[in-house]
Design a protein. Structure first.
Length: 165
């Protein structure tokens, strides 16, 4: 029980951190292209919205209550949204910075835009993986804490009080 809560909290903190990094890098690009059409920046606006939702939901569900595990469908949906964001950014790069997962030649001098984009893509992917693992932990927790009532397959929640016997 405690292990699942601790692991869930670790993934929630990672989700917040990864979403904040993606929001910062994408926001920097959106600020630089302020006068362009919203249609041209649609994929980046979508990424900012997904990052904002991720930060909000991960903050709300960070606390280790059992109710945070029953939100696994929302975790799975957020994972799908992050994978879509990842795909949109990879298709936007379109090989202009080389292969997306080729990390050679990355520098920290502040002028390497390809490095920023590759970091943005990588943290979007890591965020998608974290949300997917959170969903899997939630599915495991819910399946473990429900028991069949009868042979028809209906389920009920276990009661968590101590027996007086």
């Amino acid at each position: 029980m405690v292990l699942a809560s601790v692991v869930s909290m670790i993934f929630r903190v990672a989700e917040i951190a990864f979403a904040a990094i993606v929001a910062g890098l994408t926001g920097k690009y959106l600020h630089a292209t302020e006068g362009t059409s919203a249609w041209d920046n649609g994929r980046f606006i979508y990424t900012e919205v997904v990052a904002g939702l991720s930060i909000l939901l991960a903050l709300i569900w960070l606390f280790p209550f059992s109710s945070s595990f029953i939100h696994w469908p929302a975790d799975f949906l957020m994972s799908i949204m992050w994978f879509v964001s990842f795909g949109l950014m990879v298709s936007w790069l379109n090989g202009s910075c080389g292969y997306v997962f080729n990390w050679s030649g990355i520098s920290l001098d502040g002028t390497a835009t390809c490095s920023e984009w590759k970091a943005n893509v990588a943290f979007a992917f890591l965020s998608a993986i974290c949300w997917l693992v959170s969903a899997l932990i939630g599915i495991w927790w819910v399946r473990r804490h429900t028991t069949p009532v009868d042979t028809t397959g209906t389920y009920r929640r276990r009661r968590w009080y101590r027996s007086r016997v």
